[in-house]
Design a protein around this ligand. Structure first.
Ligand SMILES: [Mg+2]
Ligand SMILES: [Zn+2]
Length: 193
């Protein structure tokens, strides 16, 4: 049985995007994120962070610093009775990377790499999965890797996403999308019998 995932961008979705955040002191959780993740956990969605971290390529911080910060982030979620199942990040940049980080990779969003790796690692049902991002590259990456629905915390119109003003609205949209899918699956199972 494959599980759906709620894919989350990090900066601008989980924490306020102050630009290249790599310290606890600058990591400000956005209102509603713990509730959203807790709710997704309850519905049986895996919760997976997919984040571009070009600050590593640019030499602003190391992968070790990033990983330590994310361990702390995961523990903060736990304290709030919410669980992050996995974190995927792209440390590259195609033109501003130092040394081995100067790569035209496929993991940097809008590339699909992180989503496809997560899919294979966790046996994710991509059609039933949902992306939440604040940048069009989040939405395009999800779209091109087969994620069924996207919620966009932004003002532009992106044809393949539903706009949400904040995480409260995102949670409401997520609950509708998630339950719609469940009903369709129930219907499918019913028609099989
Ligand atoms: Mg973002
Ligand atoms: Zn990359």
């Amino acid at each position: 049985m494959t599980k759906p995932a709620l894919f989350l961008d990090r900066d601008g979705v989980i924490n306020v995007d102050y630009g290249y955040v790599h310290k606890k002191e600058n990591f400000e959780f956005i209102d509603g994120i713990f509730e959203l993740v807790r709710y997704a956990n309850r519905l049986g969605f895996l919760v997976i962070i997919v984040t571009n971290q070009a600050g590593i390529a640019r030499g602003y911080y190391t992968e070790e610093i990033f990983s330590k910060l994310m361990l702390w982030v995961k523990s903060e979620f736990k304290k709030n009775e919410a669980e992050i199942d996995a974190v995927y990040y792209c440390p590259h940049h195609p033109s501003h990377g130092h040394d081995s980080y100067l790569v035209k990779c496929t993991c940097r969003k809008p590339g699909p790499g992180m989503f496809l790796t997560a899919r294979d690692d966790h046996k994710i049902n991509m059609k039933r999965s949902i992306m939440l991002g604040d940048s069009t590259s989040d939405i395009f990456a999800a779209e091109s890797s087969g994620v069924g629905h996207s919620i966009y915390l932004g003002n532009d119109n992106v044809s393949c996403a539903i706009n949400a003003r904040d995480l409260i609205e995102a949670l409401a949209i997520f609950s509708v999308l998630a339950s719609q899918k469940n009903d369709q699956i129930k219907q499918y199972e019913f028609s099989k019998n």
